[in-house]
Design a protein around this ligand. Structure first.
Ligand code: FAD
Ligand code: NAI
Length: 475
């Protein structure tokens, strides 16, 4: 006997669990199915984000940043540290505990919102009289029927052809977050978001880190001026980033991993490391869903094809998050999940992709929203730019962290803010004001006229807005 629900959500990551909660808030009977297992085989909802992504990476970034501060920067404040050491196992155990708190939090939220949770793998069986039949394969097998289905099955690390992850020498994000000792030499293929964040963690703890990037430009999607500033900081820290490489044979033996590659000048090179992290992007999770049983349309990369409203080719089937087009970000998945739940309930929400912020949690942090200067130039849009360096900000000086700047781009005629790009301390928090400003279609003058607390890093945002009109007060 199949259990009936108004809405079945497949996947309990940030796209899925949030969609399930919102649909339940709107009065629907909801099931959420997720297969992630903790180390004891129990349920661990939260997806990539909670288990092997956003949360654990930020926990390790925080621990390693404390260590870096204590090793190199406390002395500037007159604090002497003797006998400093790093207990990697304890750092990893703390990270695991942070993850568990988040897993448990989601299970609590399901109970609170009366979402029925099923631990196991979901696959389509067939279209039913109303909706679709879904099979759950886990500790027990279940049959569920849902009028509306939301697929939020996320993504997994992309492997290099011929070099599968063994999570011992060749690591995905999963293995990279589970290392229990600091590798003497660490290699990373891909100097994108994961490469920079994971490379930073292990460099701070003492690894000699080399990133091999295929593209000739560093962080090509980031505003050029900001990427240049960030690269300068990473070079100074000792992160070795080689651009324009072509990776060849990768061999593993007892000693570690050897990577043959040609550098930007076409010269043959070999990199010998103890561990290698492959961070070259991610692929949508659609294998095992049995999409073909109901004719759910996938694209050539295996992602589910959706329209702007996250509707698939099938009536009553929706898909959100990493398994569909667009940036692979937890908050983008959440926004889509909420919007789909509201559409199912007859509402008319809108997700503004132009105001989805990006953050790279390195030191300095990199954060942006809207368009880059290169994009505006390419589109032939007339714009004004204003920048303000943290070097001229009192709070940044007091913090002892004056790297970077805030850069604001506004339309030349209307003054509407078109993009804000930040590299520097707490960029992840500063960007929120800019996202809100763009959502409300604020002008740079609006920001310039708002009273910002002193001394605060946010004054740099106000000063960047003043800089758009060439009237900074403190620079
Ligand atoms: P997922 O989080 O991948 O969740 C999908 C869930 O569905 C998983 O639990 C999976 O087990 C389950 N599932 C899949 N198939 C089935 C099935 N057939 N049956 C049942 N369950 C199934 N994004 C940010 O915004 N900020 C960050 O700081 C950030 N850091 C990251 C760091 C790393 C190392 C990585 C790898 C990613 C990071 N991301 C970050 C990206 C973020 O994790 C993803 O964008 C986000 O998790 C996508 O959410 P989702 O719900 O679409 O999918
Ligand atoms: P990415 O797309 O950020 O970077 C991949 C990099 O690998 C690119 O620079 C690409 O040019 C390079 N590359 C691809 N193939 C290569 C090859 N064969 N040889 C050498 N270089 C190659 O992907 P990444 O870092 O794997 O992260 C995946 C996604 O996870 C991100 O795009 C992001 O959406 C999400 N994420 C978000 C975070 C955040 O918001 N702070 C943190 C970590 C991940």
């Amino acid at each position: 006997m199949s259990k009936q629900f108004d809405v079945i959500v497949i996947g309990g990551g940030p796209g899925g669990y949030v969609a399930a909660i919102r649909a339940a808030q709107l009065g629907k009977s909801v099931a959420c199915i997720d297969e992630w297992k903790n180390s004891l085989g129990g349920p661990a909802p939260g997806g990539t984000c909670t288990n092997v992504g956003c949360i654990p990476s930020k926990a390790l970034l925080q621990s390693s940043e404390h260590y870096e501060q204590a090793s190199h920067h406390f002395a500037d404040h007159g604090i002497a540290v003797k006998g400093l050491s790093m207990d990697v196992a304890k750092m990893v155990a703390r990270k695991d505990n942070v993850v568990k708190q988040n897993n448990d939090g989601i299970l609590y939220l399901f109970k609170k919102n009366k979402v029925s949770f099923f631990h196991g793998r979901a696959s389509f069986v067939k279209a039913a009289a109303v909706g679709y039949e879904i099979k759950v394969t886990g500790a027990a097998e279940e049959s569920l029927t849902g009028g509306q289905i939301i697929v939020a099955t996320g993504s997994s690390a992309r492997a290099l052809p011929g070099t599968p992850f063994d999570e011992h020498h060749i690591l995905s994000n999963d293995g990279a977050l589970r290392l229990t000792a600091v590798p003497k030499k660490l290699g990373l293929i891909g100097s994108g978001v994961i490469g920079l964040e994971m490379g930073s963690v292990w460099r701070r703890l003492g690894s000699e880190v080399t990133l091999l990037e295929g593209l000739p430009t560093f962080l090509g999607a980031v505003d050029e001026q900001i990427a240049k500033e960030a690269k300068k900081a990473f070079d100074k820290q000792g992160l070795k980033i080689e651009l324009g490489v072509q990776v060849g044979d990768i061999k593993t033996d007892k000693k570690g991993v050897s990577i043959a590659y040609s550098n930007a000048r076409g010269e043959a090179q070999t990199l010998q490391v103890d561990k290698l992290i492959i961070s070259i992007g991610r692929v949508a999770n659609t294998t095992g869903l049995n999409a073909e049983a109901v004719g759910l349309l996938l694209d050539e990369r295996g992602a589910i094809v959706v329209d702007d409203d996250c509707k698939t080719n099938l009536p009553g089937v929706w898909a959100v998050g990493d398994v569909v087009r667009g940036p692979m970000l937890a908050h983008k998945a959440e926004e889509e999940g909420v919007a789909v739940a509201e559409r199912i309930a007859g509402q008319h929400p809108h997700v503004n992709f132009n105001t989805v912020p990006w953050v790279i949690y390195t030191n300095p942090e990199i954060a942006w929203v809207g368009q880059t200067e290169q994009q505006l130039k390419a589109a032939g849009r007339a714009y004004k730019a204003g920048t303000f360096p943290f070097l001229a900000n009192g709070r940044a000086r007091a913090l002892g962290d004056t790297t970077g700047m805030v850069k604001m781009l506004a339309d030349a005629q209307s003054d509407e803010i078109l993009g804000v790009h930040i590299v520097g301390p707490m960029a992840s928090e500063l960007i929120a004001e800019c996202v809100m400003a763009m959502e409300f279609r604020a002008s740079s003058e609006d920001i310039a006229r708002i009273c910002h607390a002193h001394p605060s890093l946010s004054e740099s945002t106000k000063e960047a807005a003043l800089a758009v009109a060439k009237r900074t007060l403190n620079f």
